[in-house]
Every structure is written in structure tokens, then in C-alpha cells.
Write a protein that binds this ligand. Structure first.
Ligand SMILES: Cc1cc2nc3c(=O)[nH]c(=O)nc-3n(C[C@H](O)[C@H](O)[C@H](O)COP(=O)(O)O)c2cc1C
Length: 232
């Protein structure tokens, strides 16, 4: 296995929003990787994680990225209930995963608001297991990555408000690490600027500028219209 040969000290396994090759596999397959049950859908990504653990040893850090939604379908629910998520987290622990990297379109989105008015999917994962959790999704920005990249939504900065919200959620035990994507691309010095109290000097992420090379090569129809489910 390549990971064992190149000898890094950590690996991130992808079962996230648009990693078809390593996603929680959908029902409908007959090869054991993809029945209806959560345990069947989770078998493939967790088998790979187990193998990484077996080959790279006990001290190697393995995180797994997962999302509740899918890029091709905002309304999709990988985990229908907290019980399903809890079963997945337990399986991830048993497979030797060290950390959960939980992606959402926006980190403030409550996952099961009828049960907990503000707890996001990362907070639920943290509550339901023992693993450290990373929360990620639109930190510092008003729109999620897909609305931003594909739906031409206007984007504005809200870094101070989001940092305050993260500062509230972390001591409440809702996550351990916050992940930042686009704002870090736009501001590689984000951490030092925030530490120096220079939040006002942070630049807004603009895809036309910061992802110029990628946006130019995007093919029409790359992202299916089916993902646009209202109100999710
Ligand atoms: C240019 C770019 C490439 C990305 N590539 C991946 C990827 O390969 N796999 C993945 O799971 N997420 C990928 N993401 C999503 C980020 O990991 C992150 O979840 C997303 O940008 C949300 O964080 P943000 O709102 O802070 O940008 C990518 C994001 C950007 C902007």
C-alpha cells in the first residue's frame, strides 16, 4: 500500500460529499458493499481505514471525512437518525479511526433541530462517541461552498461572528478542531491575523480570483441540478 511505503505520519480517508470512490456506499449493490443498513453502507470506507491502521501501526493518525449531505443531492441523508450516526461512530472507532472530520454546508446548521435546536452534525458525532471531531463548513463566509462555486450566490465575510460562535461551541464540547477551507485559500495568514486581532484585514474569498485556474476548466453540467433541494 502506497501510504505505508511513503511513510507519512497521518492520513485522511475520504468518505465525504463528493468522493464517490470512498463514500458511504449507497444501497443497491450486491457485493456486500452497499445494502440498506448503515453497517453495510459503511463497510467499504471502514474496511479501507482498517487496512490503513493494520499496515501503518497504532501511532499513525487516521481521520475520516464524512458528510450528511451529498454534493449531488443536498437533501440526501447519509444518517437518517442520531442512532445511525452513533452506530457509524462506534464502527469508526472499532476500525481504528483516530479522528472524525465532519463536513457540513454550514457549521451552524442544526442537524436534528427537533431534538437539539443548535447542535450540528459534528456536535452530534462528538456526543455519540469518544473520538476527537473536526467541524467544517463556511467558517467566516455567508454561503456554503457549493452555493458559492456553482450557484453564483453573493458571498460576504462574517469572520468575527463565526469565530464567536466557534468560541461558544468548543467549550460546550461540540467539537475539538475547526476546519477552514476557502477563507484559508484566500488568507494563508488567517491564523496569525486572527491571533493578532487583525480580523478586519482578512480578505473575502473570491472564486474568480483565488480559484481562477479551476473555475476556468469547470465543465457545464458537472454538478447535477438534482442537488438543488429547497430548504435544506
Ligand atoms: C478548491 C477546493 C477543493 C476541495 N477539494 C476537496 C476534496 O478533494 N475532498 C473533500 O472532501 N473536500 C474538498 N473540498 C471541500 C473542503 O474540504 C471543505 O469541506 C469546504 O471547502 C467547506 O469549507 P469552507 O466552507 O471553509 O470552504 C474542497 C474545497 C475547495 C475550495
Amino acid at each position: 500500500m502506497l501510504i505505508a511505503e511513503v511513510d507519512p505520519d497521518r492520513a485522511a480517508a475520504q468518505a465525504g460529499d463528493h468522493q464517490q470512490r470512498f463514500q458511504l456506499v449507497d444501497p443497491g449493490r450486491a457485493d456486500g458493499f452497499g445494502g440498506d443498513a448503515l453497517e453495510d453502507r459503511a463497510r467499504y470506507p471502514l474496511a479501507i481505514a482498517s487496512e490503513i491502521r493494520a499496515r501503518c501501526g497504532p501511532d499513525f493518525v487516521i481521520s475520516i471525512r464524512f458528510s450528511q449531505f451529498k454534493e449531488v443531492d443536498y437533501g440526501a441523508r447519509v444518517f437518517a437518525t442520531p442512532d445511525e450516526l452513533g452506530r457509524f461512530v462506534a464502527l469508526a472507532e472499532a476500525a481504528g479511526i483516530s479522528m472524525l472530520n465532519v463536513s457540513s454546508r454550514r457549521f451552524t446548521k442544526p442537524e436534528w433541530p427537533d431534538q437539539e435546536p443548535t447542535l450540528n452534525i459534528a456536535g452530534w458525532a462528538k456526543r455519540l462517541g469518544r473520538l476527537p471531531v473536526m467541524t467544517i463548513g463556511s467558517v467566516g463566509l455567508s454561503s456554503d461552498i457549493f452555493a458559492d462555486l456553482f450557484d453564483k450566490q453573493d458571498l460576504s465575510l462574517q469572520i468575527a461572528a463565526d469565530l464567536a460562535e466557534l468560541a461558544r461551541r468548543r467549550p460546550a464540547g461540540e467539537f475539538d478542531i475547526a476546519g477552514i477551507g476557502r477563507m484559508l485559500i484566500a488568507n494563508p495568514d488567517l491564523v496569525s491575523k486572527v491571533a493578532a486581532g487583525e480580523v478586519d484585514r482578512l480578505e473575502l474569498f473570491r472564486k474568480a480570483v483565488h480559484l481562477k485556474h479551476l473555475m476556468g476548466s469547470m465543465e457545464p453540467g458537472l454538478v447535477e441540478e438534482s442537488r438543488k433541494v429547497e430548504g435544506v
